[in-house]
Design a protein around this ligand. Sequence first.
Ligand SMILES: [Zn+2]
Ligand SMILES: [Zn+2]
Length: 243
Amino acid sequence: MKFTVIGYWGAYPEKESATSCYVLESNGSTVVIDLGSGALSRLFQYYSIEDIDGVVLSHFHHDHIADLGSLQYALLVQQHLNETNKKIPIYASKDNPKDFQRLTHNGTVGKAYQEGHDLTIGSVHFSFLKTKHPKSCYAMRITNGENTIVYTADTSFFPELIDFSKDADLLVAETSFYKGMDGKKAGHMTSEEVGKLANMANVKELWLTHLPHFGDHEQLYNEAKEQFKGTVRLAKEGLSFST
Ligand SMILES: [Zn+2]
Ligand SMILES: [Zn+2]
C-alpha cells in the first residue's frame, strides 16, 4: 500500500501546489482521495487519467472537490479524441443529494458510501466516520488487511476519532490551526489536538495536512510533537508512505 500527498493546503492553493488531494495505490489499483483546487494539474506530475480507478470524496467543500469538473472535462475531451472510454467511479456520501448528483456526468459515475458499510475498491477496504464539520464530511479508515491508514478529512476534535484511528500505521490529520486557537466553531483541529489524537490512538506515524496560510508550519510540527513521540511529518507534495 502506498499513500502519496498531492495537495495539502486548506481553503485555496498557494502557487504551484494544490488543496486536499491524496493517492492510494494497492495491488495495482489507484484511488484518488479528494480532488481539491489545483489537484489535477499536480496529479498529472505523477499519474495519468488512465491510472485512476476511482475517486473517494470526504465532503463537498471547494478545497476538496474543486477539480471534479476538470476531471469530467478531461474525460470528455479524451473520449472525443478516442483516447479513453473509461468511466471513473466517484464515491461520496449522499447526505446532500444535489451535490451527489454532480458526480454522474461525462466520464464519471457517482456511487454512494455510508457510515457502517465498508467500501471495497480493488484490494483495499474503506470504512467511514462522520466528522464534526459545517458540511457533512467523513473521515476514512483504509486497510488492506495488513496495514491501516486513517485520514481525518475536515473536522474539529471529537472523542470517537480516537477509536477510529486506533493503532493505525499512518494518521493523516487535518491541522488547520495552531495550539491555543479555537477550531471548534470552524470545524477544524489544532496542532495540539492532532498530537493528542495521535498519542491516544497509539498510531505509528502522524502527518499534518490541510495546512493554514498563516504562521510558520514548523510551529505546527513542534506543537504536535510535544504531544506525540512518534514520527511527525508536515505534508508536502510527493510525500509518500509505503508499506
Ligand atoms: Zn477543507
Ligand atoms: Zn471542509
